[in-house]
Design a binder for this molecule. Structure first.
Ligand code: PLP
Length: 383
């Protein structure tokens, strides 16, 4: 029996597809080094785990308000006051099942069929799926490797049409690791503000900046910006599924109406633990600093190694991904990724679904030892 046209058009994530292939090989006993995943390899901070246990002991096991507990929304508001130069009211905050679901709510709340969403390419694979399932069209603006994958705001301005509804900004970026300089963020925000477009600031990797500085878009355009952030990347809480959105109250209310009908709200125990992570911010910041130290060392080793092997890789400034030009292995990045998997037993993600032809994405959220071993193996394929 036929499924909906809408769902037929939703593709499975290529990250998941390559992970599945890698896992199949592992099951066959092959020692595969997986550099595919978008999740930290660290355990969450102890005080956050303790808070989760405390939530169970206190019996915080019931449904929460659809928009999230007041305690967590208050902590999120305080976090933005502390870090981002604006102080939202808790009524301007929604908590969802990961940043991904918050983004999905936003697409559903903002996009009508025929609307266009401008996205900087290479982009995270879920943007096209979420935009298309909402009836919209993704309009890519290509950032170039030679510019460190930082977009030219003039290209963004040129992509605006009468159908444009939103611009999505993701800095630090998945998959490129680019951190946009303040003037680039300001210029893109100005385009959105001048044209009356929504701006989605996907700040999931805000705390993972190694060079340069993170710039918050929201204080520059509070009436038109939805800031999306969450616990997954910085606090190593991927499986706990907590993300949040901060924006104008009427948008948050609309997203809450949808969420109330779809999930009834995020996991209660994880909300309690995330509130503790934000409230005990000094302890959490110490944890993040430790992770960053490890990521920098891994990044430097990986990127220097790849460039040394002739695989041109711009130095990422944030997140935990590097984009390597693999045209020296094969002009088709899918074939190059397959060769790396089958001959070097290193799993990477081809750039195809990121709109990055000729590139693969390597995640360095894995041990230094694995990275060094992966480089040795890749060397055998490229030389
Ligand atoms: N945005 C970007 C750019 C991401 O890379 C991810 C996760 O990979 C997310 C949002 C969503 O993360 P989560 O749903 O775990 O909060």
């Amino acid at each position: 029996m036929k499924l909906s046209n809408r769902i037929e058009n939703v593709r499975a994530s290529s990250t998941v597809a390559f992970n599945t292939k890698a896992n199949e090989l592992k099951r066959q006993g092959v020692d595969v080094i997986a550099m595919t995943a978008g999740e930290p390899d660290f355990q969450p901070p102890q005080h956050v785990m303790d808070a989760a246990r405390d939530a169970i002991d206190k019996g915080l096991t019931k449904y929460t308000p659809a928009e999230g507990t007041f305690a967590l929304r208050e902590q999120i508001a305080a976090k933005h006051a502390r870090d981002n130069g604006f102080t939202p009211d808790p009524s301007e905050v929604i908590v969802g099942t990961g940043g991904k679901q918050v983004l999905y709510n936003a697409m559903q709340a903002l996009i009508d069929p025929g609307d266009e969403a401008i996205v900087i390419a290479p982009y995270w694979v879920s943007y096209p799926a979420q935009i298309e399932v909402s009836g919209g069209t993704l309009v890519p603006v290509h950032a170039r490797a030679e510019d460190g994958f930082v977009p030219d705001p003039a290209d963004v301005a040129a992509a605006v049409t009468s159908k444009t509804k939103m611009i999505i900004l993701n800095s630090p970026s998945n998959p490129t690791g680019a951190v946009y300089p303040r003037e680039v963020v300001e210029a893109i925000v100005k385009i959105a503000r001048d044209r009356g477009l929504w701006l989605i600031a996907d700040d999931l990797y805000e705390y993972l900046v190694y060079d340069g500085a993170f710039t918050s878009a929201a204080p520059l355009y509070p009436e038109g910006t939805l800031t999306v952030n969450g616990a997954s990347k910085a606090f190593a809480l991927t499986g706990w599924r907590i993300g949040w959105g901060v924006g104008p109250q009427h948008l948050i209310k609309a997203m809450t109406r949808l969420q109330g009908q779809v999930t009834s709200g995020a996991n209660a125990l994880a909300q309690h633990a995330t509130a503790a992570a934000l409230e005990q911010h000094d302890a959490t910041a110490a944890f993040v600093a430790e992770c960053k130290k490890a990521y920098v060392e891994r990044r430097d080793t990986l990127v220097t190694g790849l460039n040394g092997l002739g695989l041109k890789t711009p130095m990422p400034q944030g997140a935990f991904y590097a984009m390597a030009d693999v045209t020296g292995i094969d002009a088709d990045e899918g074939k190059a990724a397959l060769k790396l998997l089958e001959e070097a037993n290193v799993a990477v993600v081809p750039g195809t679904d990121f709109a990055a032809p000729g590139f693969v994405r390597l995640s360095y959220a894995t041990s230094l030892e694995n990275i060094e071993k992966a480089l040795e193996r890749i060397a055998r394929v490229v030389t």
